[in-house]
Design a protein. Structure first.
Length: 425
């Protein structure tokens, strides 16, 4: 636990009641539950920033033969390379040290990290003992904002019972309770879209949505913000999505009750058509989407990171005197270029280069518009009103947006949201 309760003054970090001599300020401690893909990269992200000094990471089980096994896992990544090079470039030095094996204390690139290796149920994780005010749950397991955890399987609210004041989850909410609004203390927030809606006096459970919803939201925002493109007729998207750990390396036997048998096929040997709730989830952060007939689907491909949103939008256009229309390729690209330099700077990027997926690995924008591939086509619909025929131009627009579904596009936004919550709560 942390000695004392002063918010601004230095504290002596204690583990099991013993002083370690590590000095830090109380609000600069972050809890992370789960050390899978997003949990690991979340720690990487915050190690690179100065918003937290100390981390308490709940792994929930023993790892390898010692804490050194945990450090080896953390220091290397098959997708993003070595932690020290990610932090410091080609001249970066490896700085990972086990300080106390029994207490789980390590020093990682100047930050103090405690690894907990026993409790799996959120209510049993000793956040209160370590004075952890904010937890990022990266397990993907605890997603129901209603569940209280009385079934013995654990629940998101268990973190609050264990002492945390707020929880951010790295996935969309998913609940057995259907057709009702979220609980009053829950919110879905995407950094750069609606994160300023966070209310520390109200919100205890926050979802950072999904990687695809995040990228899609940042693609839709500039269109919805402009008179020319605000009034959409229909929209649809397909995400060409990298594999995830939910897919098996080789074919596996479907679980009882499984309806999508393709999800049990080898992720690294197949293109797999599946579903996504990105369009529906988008309504929770952009309510105006509800009025648009929006469809969404996902196609999993055998690459380890970086995905691509193919966004299709239909507009009623205006015909000019010369027979052209006001919504064309140049107009759409101009909107994104303007947004990238203006209201969405740093969150949306616009490129006229011919990119491939590996070029976007680690790219820190929520989405990068591939402007060279923007396409528009206009057709005309004849409508009779009161006996008069009207020729209405209808323009279909196709827009491509890259996003690094693991690190750059998603974990960076998750990290920014986490920091905002920590500084506001």
């Amino acid at each position: 636990m942390l000695e004392g309760s002063c918010v601004h003054g230095p504290h002596t970090f204690r583990i099991n009641g013993e002083r370690t001599g590590i000095k830090m300020a109380a609000p600069r401690t972050l809890g992370i539950n789960g050390l899978g893909r997003i949990g690991k990269l979340t720690l990487w992200y915050h190690l690179a920033h100065d918003d937290f000094d100390t981390f308490v990471v709940n792994v929930g089980r023993p790892v390898g033969t010692s804490l050194q096994s945990v450090l080896e896992y953390l220091s290397k990544d098959s997708t993003y390379g070595s932690l020290h090079k990610w932090l410091g470039g080609c001249y970066g030095k490896r700085e990972l040290e086990v300080v106390d094996e029994e207490k789980g204390l390590c020093k990682i690139h100047g930050k103090d990290v405690v690894f907990l290796r026993s409790a799996r149920d959120p209510k049993d994780i000793p956040w209160r003992e370590y004075n952890v005010p904010l937890v990022v749950d990266c397990t993907g397991k605890f997603r129901d904002p209603y569940a209280e955890g009385t079934d013995g399987k654990g629940a998101l609210r268990g973190h609050l019972a264990a002492g945390a004041r707020a929880v951010v989850i790295s996935s969309p909410f998913k609940s057995k309770v259907k057709g009702v609004p979220l609980p009053d203390d829950a919110a879905v927030l995407i950094h750069g879209i609606n994160h300023l809606d966070y209310d520390p006096g109200k919100h205890k459970i926050v979802s950072a949505a999904s990687c695809t919803t995040t990228g899609l939201a940042h693609m839709m925002k500039p269109l919805l913000a402009r008179d020319l493109t605000r009034n959409m007729i229909t929209a649809g998207m397909s995400t060409i999505h990298a594999v995830t750990n939910s897919q098996p390396l080789l074919d596996s036997v479907p679980a009882a009750g499984a309806t999508d048998l393709r999800k049990t096929r080898s992720g690294m040997n197949n293109i797999v058509i599946t579903s996504t709730n990105a369009a529906k989830a988008l309504e929770q952060v952009m309510p105006e989407i509800a009025r648009i007939g929006f469809m969404a689907d996902s196609v999993r491909i055998p690459t380890d990171a970086v995905s691509l949103i193919v966004l299709n939008v239909t507009f009623q256009a205006e015909e000019r005197m010369d027979g052209t229309v006001d919504i064309d390729r140049d107009a759409i690209n101009a909107i994104y270029a303007e947004a990238a330099a203006g209201e969405s700077k740093g969150l949306l990027k616009f490129s006229m280069e011919q990119n491939v997926s590996v070029d976007m690995l680690g790219e820190d924008a929520a989405v990068t518009i591939e402007g060279v591939e923007t396409h528009t086509r206009t057709g005309f619909v004849d409508i009779k009103l009161a006996g008069t025929s009207h020729r209405i131009p209808v323009t279909h627009v196709k827009i491509f947006g890259w996003y690094d579904n693991e690190m750059g596009s998603y974990t960076y936004r998750l990290g920014e949201l986490t920091t905002h919550v920590a500084k506001t709560m």
